[in-house]
Design a protein around this ligand. Structure first.
Ligand SMILES: *Cc1c(COP(=O)(O)O)cnc(C)c1O
Ligand SMILES: [Zn+2]
Length: 431
């Protein structure tokens, strides 16, 4: 628990590959246990590896021989034992988006389709790692503060791992996300408040109860799971990194870890070229504290009160906002936001061009991609990857009323012919 000040000690013997947890601010080392804040300076802790050990143990061939899940990258993940909580998360399709690219004016556009994970969002990646680490550290209860998708993922992984799940959500969450999580039989606490209230309450509980909060006391391990979004994209591009990636930002955890992942590929010798992708961050205008800071030309992220249909991104006080801003600057990236109408347009555009149904966070990604291409901030020839992180069936309300309704017909040819006009969309395709 972070309340007791302990002298920093070296990592336990036998770890080797994992050096421990390291403070991002002052560099202080800690053992690889359930802690996330530096006792010296209150900076966030991050898993530190001995990259010489990793480099010696991993190759393109060893990865190719691994399972078709994120566990093919376990040499680069913070777990120590043999038992993993395996829901077959990851290794999702990287789709060549010819149609969407043509519409936007991009020649090398790809979509990383993370809507097809076991619980239909990228959250299965960090939760696979966190739940495995929770078992290794001897926890009985898996917990989280969720903006929606995390609830379902934690509940499912707890079920698979034989752990009890205690989950905290804002009470105004989408019905499909609550129902989808409830089925795995966790205990869900619906808190009257927004995510930032839920997170504050959860932090207090994490200090008192011996529970593994995946995104609080286990956050250093949890966040490492998002590196696999970088590893997979590079492998799927033939061990090359893209020129630019567009990533939605809530707390900024995924954004910063995709960047870390691309960097590690270079460190351990899995890619040859030295350049890192331009990191482009996407937020909803109704909750865009990181974008606002960039617009104001400051690294001082001011908390906001979220008001957006992109509830999975509705974190008003993003823990990694500062680091996201730094990464954007370092990589020559960009930050942009879109409003609710543009989010819905983005969802529909992706569906009608590529046949992929994304949730509101995906609409944010596509909306921002479109906006930045139009503004000349993304080059037509750049190899661009857009990360689509959640499935549209969880946010049906966002598109209800935005689609063409079915044509009602009696079961007769005459009724069909009366209803069908060749000028309709169906006519264009069939005739
Ligand atoms: C949680 C979430 C994100 C962003 O998460 P971070 O907190 O920034 O890591 C993006 N997309 C979806 C669908 C999510 O559920
Ligand atoms: Zn520190």
């Amino acid at each position: 628990m972070t309340t007791t000040i302990q002298p920093p000690i070296s990592p336990p013997a036998g770890v080797g590959r994992i050096r421990g947890l390291q403070c991002r601010e002052c560099g202080q080392m800690y053992p690889a246990e359930a802690r996330h804040v530096c006792d010296m300076c209150f900076g966030p802790l991050e898993v530190a590896y001995d990259y010489d050990v990793v480099r010696a143990s991993v190759s393109r061939e060893s990865i190719a021989a691994g399972p078709r899940t994120l566990w093919r990258y376990r040499a680069l993940l913070p777990i120590e034992g043999d038992r993993v909580v395996d829901t077959h998360a990851g290794f999702t399709p990287l789709v060549r988006a010819h149609n969407l690219g043509q519409t936007l004016g991009l020649h090398n556009l790809w979509v990383k389709n993370d809507t097809v994970n076991p619980t239909f969002s990228f959250k299965d990646r960090p939760v696979s790692i966190a739940s495995t680490r929770a078992l290794e550290l001897g926890f009985d209860v898996l917990s989280c503060a969720s903006t929606g998708n995390l609830a379902g993922s934690v509940a499912a992984h707890a079920a698979k791992a034989g752990l009890r799940a205690c989950i905290f959500i804002p009470s105004d969450l989408e019905e499909a996300k609550i129902l989808g999580a409830s089925l795995y039989e966790p205990t869900i606490f619906a808190v009257d408040g927004n995510y930032d209230d839920v997170n504050r309450l959860s932090s207090e509980i994490a200090d008192l109860y011996p529970w593994a909060f995946v995104n609080i006391n286990l956050r250093p391990y949890y966040s490492e799971g998002s590196k696999t979004l970088a590893f997979e994209v590079a492998e799927q591009l033939g061990w090359r990194r893209p020129d630019a990636v567009v990533v939605p930002i809530a707390s900024g955890s995924m954004f910063t870890k995709i960047h870390k992942g691309f960097g590690e590929l270079d460190k351990v010798g899995l890619v040859d070229d030295a350049r890192t992708p331009r990191m482009i961050g996407a937020q909803a205008e109704g909750c865009s504290p990181v974008v606002q800071a960039a617009r104001a030309g400051t690294y001082d992220v001011q908390p906001v009160r979220p008001n957006t249909i992109a509830k999975s991104l509705a974190i008003g006080n993003p823990a990694d906002g500062y680091y996201a801003l730094k990464i954007v600057e370092q990589t020559g990236g960009a930050l942009e936001a879109v409003d609710d109408d543009e989010i819905v347009d983005g969802i529909r555009l992706l569906a009608r061009t590529e046949g992929i149904f994304a949730e509101t966070a995906g609409g944010v990604t596509i909306g921002v991609l479109k906006k930045l291409v139009a503004a000349g901030k993304i080059d037509a020839d750049e190899v661009v990857v857009a990360y689509i992180t959640g499935n549209g069936f969880k946010t049906m309300d966002a598109v209800a009323g935005q689609v063409t309704l079915p044509l009602h017909v009696a079961p007769t040819l005459a009724s069909f012919q009366a209803a069908f006009h060749p000028g309709d969309r169906g006519g264009q395709r069939g005739a």
